[in-house]
Each structure stands twice: as structure tokens, then as C-alpha cells.
Design a protein around this ligand. Sequence first.
Ligand code: SAM
Length: 262
Amino acid sequence: MTRRLRRHKDFDVTVEIKNDGFIRPPRDAQRNWLLKRALAEFVWDLEDLDALARGFVSGSSEPQLTDRTQAILDQQEIMEDWQVPIMRAMADVATEQQGDVLEIGFGRGVASEFIQDGSPRSHTVVECNDAIVADFAQWRRSHADSDIRLIHGRWQDTVGQFEQYDAIFFHTYPLNEEEFVDYVSTSVTFAEHFFDTAAAHLRDGGVFTYLTNEANSLSRQHQRLIFDRFRSFKLSKVAVNPPADSKDDLWADSMVVIGAYK
Ligand SMILES: C[S@@+](CC[C@H](N)C(=O)[O-])C[C@H]1O[C@@H](n2cnc3c(N)ncnc32)[C@H](O)[C@@H]1O
């Protein structure tokens, strides 16, 4: 058994490797270096989480238990105002090429308006909630001269209607308890369940944009999942100001917006 310990003023980290063949490069010195590096990274992450946790608001979110696919929601239930700067940052990424944009989740139409500001060649919105689709139809009238299309339904049920795009903007929420378990509890990031679909419907060089509640970086596992399907990515850290009673699942004073390029 191999045992490694890192002492810190606030905690100790110990790893005990039971399998002697685990992380076994040719030389012991290489193994030591890899293990030392892994423990150091974990310590840095813990230090960063400690600093981050001090800036958290308490929030009042509950796991999503009732189905809200067709729920009549008020504006803040659809998306709280403090997320607007994130929508702007994602829309800027989605309209870099001013090409064909696919947007998943119309919501309040905040991001749709920002996307229109960026003059895309076409803009296709996927939305499942009938009441929100009615809002979309009204918003659509204020952009009569733009090429704006609607795919009405859950993206999982309508993916057969998707074409190829220059940008995909993804911003939904879990619709029920099952999606919460599948997409939130067991994922690196909420958008992970959409990665394969995004990669399949982007042109070469096209960009997939989404947000993560990792406040100031991406975990290494998150980066690996991106590189499994995309050639490169860029991050922007967006300052946000969630109120103490935010019902969202994001509590820090910054969030990261990703642009992943196929
Ligand atoms: C957080 S809101 C989007 C807010 C929007 N970005 C804005 O700026 O106003 C999420 C939207 O995604 C929709 N949605 C959730 N799951 C979906 C799915 N599987 N397929 C299509 N739309 C979905 C919801 O009905 C809701 O309108």
C-alpha cells in the first residue's frame, strides 16, 4: 500500500493506494510526481472553495420535484434578473459568427433579444412550454423582418428537426425530479447531457455556449468532457449579484460562460 499525506493548517489530505499497479509509470519518481501533483491540486481546490464559500448567498432553492414542463411561471421563476449579464455574455459568443443560431429554451426571451442584437443569419428557438411559446409568438412579431423560427416541444423529442448551426445556445432547467437526478445530481455540469447533441448539430468551427455554476474555473473532468467532443474552448467569468433569497441553484458572485468550438 502507498500512503501520501498533505498537511494544511485547516485540514489534512491522505490518499491510500491499495493497488500497487495503480498509477504505475516506469519510474517511482514519476509516480511520486503524479501523486504529489494530484494531492496539491486537491489542496488548491479546497483552498479556493473555502474562499468562494465565504461569498455565497444562502438562497432558498429546493430540488425540483413537481413537473414544470407546462407550468405557468412568473418571470422570476423562469429566470431571475441577476442572470441577465450571463445571457448577454452567452449571446455575444453565439453571435460571433453572425451565422445560424440554435437557442434551446426561450424563457423570458432575454437572451433571444440579445441574440437578435447580434444580427444572426437565422435564429431557431426550441421551447416546450405552451405558455412560453405564446410569449415567443408575441416577441416574434417585434422582429418581423428577421429569420426567426420555432421548434415547439422538448428538444429531446424534436431533435430530428434540428439542422446544422454555427452556434448553439443552451439554457434550460430540469423539468422534473427525474431530470434533476439525471442532469444535475450526477453530472459534472448541467449542460453535460446536451454535449453530444450540440456536437452533432454544429458545423466545423461552430460554437456551443452554456453556463456552469463553477464560479471561477472549470474542473479537470469538465474540461475532459469538452475535449471528448470539441477542439477548443474559451471561458469568461461573469460577475453576478444573486439576492440572498435567490431560488436558483447558483449562489456565488460569479459564474463561468463557456464557448466550446467544434
Ligand atoms: C431558464 S429558462 C431560459 C431563459 C432564457 N435564456 C432567457 O434569457 O429568458 C429555461 C427555458 O427552457 C425551457 N425548457 C426546459 N427544458 C426544455 C427542454 N427539454 N426542451 C425545450 N425547452 C426546455 C423552459 O420551458 C424555459 O422556457
